[in-house]
Ligand binder design. Sequence first.
Ligand code: PMP
Length: 441
Amino acid sequence: MSRILHRTIGIGLPTAVAGEGIYITDREGRSYIDGSGGAAVSCLGHNHREVLEAMKAQMGRISYAHTSFFTTDVAERLAEQLVELAPKGLDYVYLVSGGSEAVEAALKMARQYFVEIGQPQRRHIIARRQSYHGNTIGALATGGNAWRRAQFKPILPETHHVSPCYAYRDMQVGETPEAYAERLAVELEAKIVELGVDKVMAFVAEPVVGATLGAVGPVADYFKRVRQVCDKYGILLILDEVMCGMGRTGTIFALQQEGIVPELVTIAKGLGGGFQPIGAVLLSEKIYRAFADGSGLFQHGHTYIGHPIAAAAASKVVEILQRPETMSNVAKMGERLQAGLDAALGQSPYVGDIRGRGLFRGVELVVDKETKQPFDPSRKLHSRIKRESMQRGLMCYPMGGTIDGINGDHVLLAPPYIIQPEQIDLIVERLAAAINAAVAG
Ligand code: PMP
């Protein structure tokens, strides 16, 4: 019997005892390919010697120093590395311990920014339906996933949602991507006007949507139009790269493929690679200046911000991401994964869409390819796929989202960047078998 309150109670999880490269082994000696990097976390696989050495070296120096007393070389180094890698305009870093914390901090930065510059009436957050930004109260309120929000709604702060950019389901027949992007920009603008043109503080979106839609990237121009709308009304753009950032989509930041720069970016997951819990907010000079020239402080903070061991792990992860061979493998293996999935599942009557970027790929399942009708949620297809795939020694990340009305079950793949061609092929083989068995069952 387990004394842990597990996420799903009573399902009898296997016990992980070891990890090596792309594999996790359980107590029974079964090994699983980590085809989802947990939840898009383990970007360099498990037991990575260089990262472990960096952590050990830091432990031998100092493990913890509260950030209201000290900074540390290792946290400063990590911040330098991140700013160097980020698009120009994101010049400062705020370190936290995970994705939800990063989103909370970004929201509070946005709010304090407007207080500092004398626009305290700006308080509304606009995000998108079918999005996920974390499970703490503010982050959950920002997310637009109806199922996750449902029972907590009465205690969530007010937020507002517009349509996601989800071409597979929402782009109309005959509509060009440009026209679709325009339609979404008009919807966003209408929401801003409805709330009051000087009342909105931030628009929040994931560049490539992970958990809730399954690796859904934007159409060309979407984020350019979003940027224009935000600029028109003086609204801050917060891009949540907790899942899609740190090289996952083929560039260090997914937003680098969109040709825009937001004021705030949240990262986590791949930043620590699972070796340590760590997240960060990258912020623009404009926001930093407002704080520095105003009250002189950011009124926020957690006990473990800038944790030296976490920073040491992240600094080494980031150093490895910067090596050309790391990102070139993401590109090559990402293409191989897409091609393999297309070949193995493209003809399946139950696979509606296979999409994604880099080593971030999603497979959306439908009852009928023509109508794109999702499976009945009561079938819990995503849970069956997870079970079938674990039985075949594959970790993938299936989700069901039908309560929102339009997107059904999907499977997310996010393997480590060190993956090799034959291992990609194994993922494809096992996933195809798991999906077929789950649909048939
Ligand atoms: N934002 C996004 C886009 C995420 O995918 C997640 C986690 N799935 C979070 C925020 C929350 O991160 P965490 O679970 O580390 O709090």
